[in-house]
Write a protein that binds this ligand. Structure first.
Ligand SMILES: Nc1ncnc2c1ncn2[C@@H]1O[C@H](COP(=O)(O)OP(=O)(O)OP(=O)(O)O)[C@@H](O)[C@H]1O
Ligand SMILES: [Mg+2]
Length: 477
């Protein structure tokens, strides 16, 4: 009918004929819908045999209820946004939180051209309002349509589509806003994860850093390997070391490197083993689940009882928070259960200040695959901090600092604090660090001496006791 209307409009010569045809078509349409359907099918057949172009439409919501967004749609959207500036002419720009540059996307009914292995394809975007299945509401339905020549069918449907989806998914992953989850009252609550730590800013020995980065990258790419050997795709890290040596900072750098979410599990807020299991199974893949200060969270060190008493004392005013009943075996079961019940790459990290206090079952290989010691600030680690905080690569005072660091135990957190430019220049900060290190050295020497004295006194006391015992024996004997 549409075609006839055009001919009628532009070819006065054929108007009488067109008029008659339109009359017949109208009659047919009214008299028999079945005939009309058959006619439409026939017209479509003729059209498709004349038109060498093929169309594939990707809707945003694949189901009729407009529930989930289609993964293919999202991947295509990311791919086209990334390539729009190169391919499109009339685009719209919008800013996205976390992106420095503007994101360009297609206008409604806009068409852009893409090229793949020398073959051209066209993408169109449509954003229409349609009625929902119950016809009472109107919904926006967005879609992308891919148009290509029939002769390129194989290349486009097999190779090009795979290329678009892979690239799009990788971009989604890279640009997605990551989340930091914390547990409260048995539920996870989330905020954006925005910790700026990276492996570049981490003060750690170069070989340790390289070892960790290699391990993480290998893990993140080892899906097929884990499948092949029949192991769940997971890895456990145990970070141990004194306070302020960068354990929490390392976790943030790991999450930033792999673009993972972080679940910060506060064990003392978990009421029982069942709740723990539920929380762990609710975590998603591509995530790091962290239990900080694990030695202070469970009762196998004997601290639990103390901790519960402290909690009870604290809770007295409000009085309604129950002390946690999570046990070591509950934790082990939940972790093992998590690994066997859920797919997807997952990392679990425990941190502790005292390795000796941990139950061997908790940290055995297989549960905690990699044990990483975070130690006091070495000269190598100091150089990373000096570069980060002061933008100084070398300095005449570095020699003295190296000597002092070799003789003192100071955490990277304390060194970083001294290097923060409060006033004056970098050299002042270095002098300030030297004086802090000298103080620490004096104090630790005093402590050593005190300890030595205590040991001496203890030895003397022991000797006196032994002598008295010998005397007693002799007197009684
Ligand atoms: N190795 C490091 N590299 C860079 N910065 C560090 C390092 N260690 C500590 N810092 C700095 O010190 C601060 C405290 O470090 P962090 O919280 O990571 O220590 P931690 O080992 O987790 O301590 P705790 O055992 O008390 O939890 C960080 O915000 C960071 O600025
Ligand atoms: Mg910490």
């Amino acid at each position: 009918m549409f075609a006839l209307a055009i001919i009628y409009q532009y070819s006065p010569k054929f108007r009488p004929l067109v008029k008659s045809l339109m009359f017949v078509a109208n009659m047919l349409q009214q008299s028999s819908p079945y005939l009309q359907q058959a006619l439409n099918r026939y017209i479509q057949k003729i059209e498709s045999s004349c038109d060498p172009y093929i169309q594939i439409t990707f809707h945003e919501h694949s189901s009729r209820q407009f529930s989930e967004r289609s993964g293919a749609y999202v991947a295509i959207q990311r791919y086209l946004e990334a390539n729009s500036s190169r391919m499109g002419k009339r685009l719209k720009a919008h800013s996205v939180k976390g992106h420095e540059s503007l994101v360009l996307s297609m206008n409604n009914n806009e068409e852009i051209t893409d090229e793949y292995q020398g073959v051209r394809v066209w993408w169109t975007y449509s954003n229409n309002v349609v009625s929902t299945t119950n016809k009472l509401q109107l919904e926006k339905q967005r879609s992308y349509t891919l148009i290509f020549h029939n002769r390129d069918r194989d290349l486009i449907t097999k190779s090009y589509m795979k290329h678009v989806l892979t690239k799009g998914k990788a971009l989604s992953l890279k640009n997605r806003r990551r989340k930091l989850y914390t547990n409260k009252y048995g539920r996870w609550t989330e905020v954006d994860f925005e910790h700026p730590a990276t492996f570049d800013t981490l003060a750690l020995k170069a070989d340790t850093k390289k070892d960790i980065v290699d391990d993480l990258i290998t893990f993140s790419k080892a899906k097929d390997y884990y499948m092949k050997v029949g192991k769940p795709w997971k890895r456990g890290y145990l970070l141990y070391g004194p306070p302020g040596t960068g354990k929490s900072t390392l976790i943030a750098a790991m999450a930033n490197l792999l673009h993972y979410d972080v679940y910060d599990l506060e064990l003392t807020s978990v009421t029982c083993n069942t709740e723990l299991k539920k929380l762990l199974t609710e975590t998603c893949g591509k995530s790091i689940t962290v239990i900080e200060d694990i030695d202070c969270s469970l009762d196998f060190t004997g601290k639990r009882e103390l901790q519960n008493i402290e909690m009870k004392e604290k809770d007295k005013p409000s009085g309604n928070q129950k002390p946690s009943q999570v046990t070591l075996s509950g934790l082990l079961n939940s972790i093992d259960g998590l690994w066997s019940s859920s797919a997807g790459e997952r990392i679990i990290v425990f941190t502790t200040n005292s390795l000796e206090d941990l139950d061997p079952a908790l940290i055995r290989r297989g549960r905690m695959d990699k044990h990483i010691e975070m130690s006091y600030c070495s000269f190598e680690a100091f150089k990373v901090l000096a570069r980060n905080y002061l933008e100084i690569e070398s300095h005449k005072l570095f020699g003295r600092i190296e000597e002092l660091l070799a003789e003192t135990n100071i955490s990277p957190a304390d060194v970083a604090e001294t290097l923060m430019l409060k006033s004056g220049d970098g050299e002042n900060c270095l002098k300030c660090l030297i004086s802090v290190l000298e103080d620490v050295k004096d104090i630790s020497e005093d402590i050593k001496e005190e300890k030595h004295k205590v040991v001496k006194v203890d030895k003397r006391k022991k000797k006196v006791k032994e002598a008295l015992a010998v005397k007693d024996v002799a007197a009684n004997g």
